[in-house]
Design a protein around this ligand. Structure first.
Ligand code: S3P
Length: 425
């Protein structure tokens, strides 16, 4: 599939966006480990969350996907079955890494793989701590890459100091910690998204937090729950930027997750001069939710780095588009993690925006953008990365002339209705 984007003067309207991907994965995982039934509304019907569903089905969990809800009949913490076949996490790093934590805790043999992008993404960041907990792994490149085989069970609790601020690493260890004797803790350099901690609480598990450290005690009881998944802030991000850079725009996105570990883009856009305000703020199943209003604004460049980076890591491709359309220089530092996402998002963003005439250069840990307020239409590639495809579509709206984004089926990973949503605006 190809996205054909015509320049737009403005976008306007009120709409919902699909469910949060991170929360959708976790609703399946914790629902499967709980006792009783979990009913999930607002679930993301996307390829990534379906990968998690398929993996748990292979371990004997009954998951019924309906249009408006997903029903999981939990097997309890110790009720997963040894899968008969290889588990496939597809394109989803969250599925692979969180599942590795659970497989580490279970006394059976399993093999997990993924698509060609995921098979090249680093797994040692979870294999190393999980091995310290006594799980056994075999795999390519000394267990650095998928496919990996896992022999789990009999875990020891650890106190792990993570070198990266990664929710996937933190979550894998905490999930393994549910199966370990004693208290498992993870300390991270900066706070990464905390959906696992919040959802564990929602399922009745005690989670202690102190500074940058999170702890769980092994052998808890999880009880099935109702979950309302809010709209995904990372999907809203494309419209936050589009409405900000297209003069005359005015939009309202209803029911979006605004957990502060995810909304770094909001803070940065406000610093750049954006006109965004939240309405109807509330908390649902431990997660902050709001409606987001955006009006077009004249943006100026900004310098970012340090602890805000994990709070906007997935939004940097579209933030780069905002920076090109802003006045002045933008510098993004401390974001080397972008190089090990679904694609090397530093190289790819720079390469694709350059094709459209942007003044943008890569750095080992980020990029420098000279905002000119101008882009030209052209042919862009997604590199098989959903967030690149959508970021380039937003660039196309603000460009002079038509833009084509090739190989854009990958939007189905996180936002299958993306082109429909754009057309409606
Ligand atoms: C995610 C964590 C982040 C993020 C990814 C989803 C999660 O990855 O980039 O899209 O759901 O836990 P890292 O943990 O690798 O930073």
């Amino acid at each position: 599939m190809e996205l054909l984007i015509k320049p737009k003067d403005k976008i306007s309207g009120q709409f919902h966006i699909p469910g949060d991907k991170s929360i959708s994965h976790r609703s399946i995982i914790l629902g499967a480990l709980a006792e009783g039934t979990t009913e999930v509304k607002g679930f993301l019907h996307g390829e990534d969350s379906y990968s998690t569903v398929e993996c748990f089905r292979k371990m004997g969990v009954d998951i019924d996907i309906q249009e408006d809800k997903v029903i999981i009949k939990g097997n309890g913490l110790y009720g997963l079955q040894e899968p008969e076949d290889v588990l496939n996490a597809g394109n989803s790093g969250t599925t692979a890494r969180l599942l590795l934590g659970i497989l580490a805790g279970n006394p059976f043999y399993s093999v997990i793989t993924g698509d060609s992008s995921l098979r090249n993404r680093p797994m040692e960041r979870v294999v190393e701590p999980l091995s310290k907990m006594a799980a056994v792994f075999y795999g390519r490149k000394s267990t650095a890459l998928l496919p990996l085989s896992v022999l789990g069970g009999n875990l020891k609790a650890i106190d792990y100091i993570s070198p990266v601020a990664s929710a996937q690493v933190k979550s894998a260890i905490l999930l393994a910690g549910l199966y370990a004797q004693g208290v498992t803790s993870v300390t991270e350099p900066y706070l990464s998204r905390d959906h696992t901690e919040r959802m564990l609480k929602h399922f009745g598990v005690e989670v202690n937090k102190e500074g940058g450290k999170v702890e769980v005690e092994g052998n808890p009881r999880l009880t099935g729950r109702e979950i309302n998944v809010p709209g995904d802030f990372s999907s809203a991000a494309f419209f936050l930027v589009a409405a900000s850079i297209l003069p005359g725009s005015s939009i309202k996105i209803i029911n979006v997750g605004v957990n502060s570990t995810r909304t770094g883009l909001l803070d940065v856009l406000l610093e750049m001069g954006a006109k965004i305000y939240l309405e109807n703020e509330r908390v649902e199943n431990e997660e902050p939710v709001a409606d987001i209003n955006v009006e077009a604004a004249e943006l100026r460049g900004v310098e970012i780095g340090g602890k805000i980076i994990p709070r906007l890591i997935d939004e940097i491709p579209v933030l780069a588009v905002a920076a090109v359309m802003a006045e002045g220089k933008t510098v993004i530092r401390d974001a080397a993690e972008l190089r090990v996402k679904e694609s090397d998002r530093i190289s790819v963003v720079v390469q694709e925006l350059k094709k459209m005439g942007a003044q943008i250069e890569s750095r080992p840990d980020g990029m420098v953008i000279n905002g000119t307020g101008q882009l030209n239409g052209g042919v862009c590639q997604s590199h098989g990365d959903h967030r690149i495809a959508m970021a380039m579509a937003v660039a196309g709206l603000a460009a002079r002339g038509e833009t084509r984004v090739t190989d854009s089926d990958c939007v189905n990973i996180s936002f299958p209705e993306f082109s429909k949503a754009l057309k409606a605006l």
